[in-house]
Design a protein around this ligand. Structure first.
Ligand SMILES: Cc1ncc(COP(=O)(O)O)c(C=O)c1O
Length: 373
């Protein structure tokens, strides 16, 4: 079976560096907020050009901490695409706020600005919830159009949070993910473009005072003294060991992003005209967390590929408004037609920097056979 994501080959390449980094942590023994955490924050900020990076325990915590800092809670409406991973919605719900699901564009898989404006107007007209925030999701690695979204949020007085769990390393309009929205949250889940060996995440922002608030929240709301509790916080720190591993991986991340782009281009060349390939957006570069095509008869195609030794995945089989946990916040089947249609047709193919050209060609040939059979 071809690996869907190949962390073993990556480790074989990086083993001496990762092992040395881990050994150093074991020697100094500062497992919580050790020196590697600050070092990683400086390197991450430098990589993307953000003024501040605050590392956190996961991508989910990277969504939660900014929402806690904003005081988002009961009575607040948080707008987000329905076609995303559950973490985007579970955080505002856990804060007591209501997610308001927005449809996406069929080509880019990204939140539709036109539908966002419609949903904001609808919520205002209903008068039950207070519009507070928009969470834009850079699905599959493609950055959203933050200039358009920022204009809407500024006009409407809404906090804009970028869920860049899948897109760290991506660019759009000459800006790197981490600098496009007022606050950007990413994930270092192992399968992400920049992944650790466990959970991890980070937020990026320009505002130094707010970065200090996030650092306080991740450490139980501590003030100058750790037992001086100045606000409600939580435990959301990134482990020193994960920071050490990520530092080794960050060194080769630019090259890995180039490889992901090359794999995506090769898939495009072989598959355009055969299936619907991911839309290219002028001036944008995806981090290619996923290479996701659209097919009819998806189950049959996936089964054929499996028989050929090619794993696939479905991101995501149900839009959030149709998930039992969120149905009370949605308006039922038919309310977000593009998200519903995509959920029945998307299929992600193996994508990682260590996919060799002949393997990409083999996968593409198998896709061709599967859709034509
Ligand atoms: C869009 C999106 N948001 C949030 C998350 C949450 O990240 P984590 O798994 O690191 O908590 C993920 C990934 O898992 C994701 O894909």
């Amino acid at each position: 079976m071809i690996p869907f994501v190949d962390l073993k080959t990556q480790y074989a390449r990086l083993a001496p560096k990762i092992d040395a980094r881990i050994a150093r942590v074991l020697q100094h023994g500062q497992y919580i907020l050790g020196p590697e955490v600050a070092e990683l924050e400086a390197e991450l900020a430098r990589f993307c050009g953000a003024r501040h990076a605050v590392t956190l325990a996961s991508g989910t915590e990277a969504l939660r901490v900014p929402m806690m800092a904003e005081g988002i809670g009961p009575g607040d409406a948080v707008f987000m695409p329905a076609f995303t991973f559950t973490a985007t919605a579970e955080v505002p719900v856990a804060q007591g706020a209501d997610p308001v699901f927005v449809d996406v564009d069929a080509g880019s898989f990204l939140m539709s600005a036109a539908d966002l404006e419609r949903q904001i107007a609808r919520v205002r007209a209903e008068g039950k919830l207070r519009p507070r925030a928009v969470v834009a999701v850079d699905l599959f690695g493609l950055p959203a159009d933050y200039s358009e979204l920022s204009a809407i949020c500024t006009r409407e007085g809404l906090f804009l949070l970028s869920d860049a769990a899948q897109s760290f390393g991506g660019t759009r309009a000459n800006r790197c993910v981490g600098t496009m929205a007022p606050v950007t949250a990413t994930s270092f889940f192992p399968a992400k473009p920049l992944g650790g060996y466990g959970d991890g995440g980070a937020v990026f922002l320009e505002d130094g005072k707010l970065a200090d608030v996030y650092r306080s929240i991740r450490m139980h709301g501590a003030g100058e003294d750790r037992y001086d509790i100045v606000r409600l916080g939580t435990n959301a720190r990134l482990d020193t060991l994960q920071a050490a591993i990520l530092l080794a991986k960050l060194e080769i991340f630019p090259e890995e992003l180039e490889r992901r782009e090359a794999v995506a281009r090769r898939y495009d060349e072989q598959l355009s005209g055969v299936v619907a390939t991911p839309e290219r957006v002028a001036g944008a570069r995806s981090a290619w967390a996923q290479y996701t095509i659209k097919v009819d008869r998806r189950a049959a195609v996936a089964n054929r590929l499996k028989a050929d030794g090619i794993p696939t995945a479905i991101h995501y089989p149900k839009p959030l408004h149709l998930q039992p946990a969120y149905s009370r916040y949605g308006r039922g089947p038919g309310s977000l037609p593009v998200s519903e249609d995509l959920s029945s047709r998307v299929l992600s193919l193996p994508m990682h920097p260590y996919l060799e050209e002949p393997t990409v060609d083999r996968i593409a040939a198998a896709v061709r056979r599967a859709v034509e059979s």
